[in-house]
Design a protein around this ligand. Structure first.
Ligand SMILES: Nc1ncnc2c1ncn2[C@@H]1O[C@H](COP(=O)(O)OP(=O)(O)OP(=O)(O)O)[C@@H](O)[C@H]1O
Ligand SMILES: [Mg+2]
Length: 233
């Protein structure tokens, strides 16, 4: 993987309200938060509390209703959409809760995709993709299409795809959700190794309080706010 150093993230007064059928759904309100460059943070909260929403805002996949988000001190929301897309491709690795693999391509081709979009030669993109698929334990499934893989295997392909360009920020939404405890733990370890090797800033939304509790920082979403520490019993 290429060299990278983590992105520093700052949120100032970030609010997200969805509008659906003429009704407002307030999900996040007045969030002020900093994620240091190279930090590892778990994000927990009940189903529907706003974890995926938060990751989508940080991953430039959606815009806050109000407030500002800074990446190494720079605000990108007012930049041209094209620039946002280039920034996302080069610097942000997104592991979706529902993995969004391309069904008509093999595992290797799915993992090659970010490299191809970034203009890498095919041979380089292929080598990188294969190396990462080996690391997530899928050396024997590289030529399979997503439909020929188990749910957990698909999730590991999605993880490899998110990491393949050595992103400066990794946003992982339930990356161990469909996995047995041992495989889940190995994915968790892989994310932490990446952080150690590349200094990648890492934010992981999860329902697994055990894995979350082993991360240096734990945040929870509660009552539309982001608070420090695990949920109170
Ligand atoms: N596009 C949308 N339009 C309207 N409401 C939405 C939209 N996306 C999410 N919501 C609502 O926003 C709230 C937060 O959703 P979100 O997906 O962020 O929760 P979550 O914490 O990721 O939950 P889970 O643990 O189940 O994945 C939910 O009540 C959801 O119904
Ligand atoms: Mg979610």
């Amino acid at each position: 993987m290429p060299e990278s150093t983590g992105l520093r993230i700052e949120l100032r007064g970030v609010t997200k309200t969805y509008r659906l059928h003429g009704r407002d759904i307030d999900v996040l309100e007045g969030i002020d938060l900093e994620l240091e460059a190279g930090s590892v943070t778990a994000l927990v909260g009940q189903s529907g509390s706003g974890k995926s929403t938060m990751l989508q805002l940080l991953g430039l996949l959606d815009q806050p209703t109000s407030g500002r988000i800074f990446y190494d001190g720079q605000e990108l929301l007012c930049a041209r959409q094209e620039l946002q897309e280039v920034f996302r491709n080069r610097h942000i690795g997104f592991v979706f809760q529902f993995h969004h693999l391309l069904p008509e391509f093999t595992a290797t081709e799915n993992v090659m995709m970010p490299g191809i979009i970034a203009g890498e030669p095919m041979t380089v993109a292929r080598e990188r993709a294969q190396a990462l698929l080996e690391r997530v334990g899928l050396a024997h499934r590289m030529a399979h299409a997503p439909g020929e893989l188990s749910g957990g295997e698909q999730q590991r392909v999605a993880l490899a795809r998110a990491l393949v360009l050595g992103p400066r920020l990794v946003l992982a939404d339930e990356p161990t959700g469909n996995l047995d405890p041992a495989t889940g733990e190995s994915i968790h370890d892989l994310l932490l190794e990446l952080n150690q090797e590349l200094g990648t800033t890492l934010l992981v939304a999860t329902h697994n309080l055990d894995l979350a509790g082993r991360m240096p920082r734990l945040l929870r979403i509660q009552g539309k706010a982001v608070l420090e520490g695990p949920p109170q019993e």
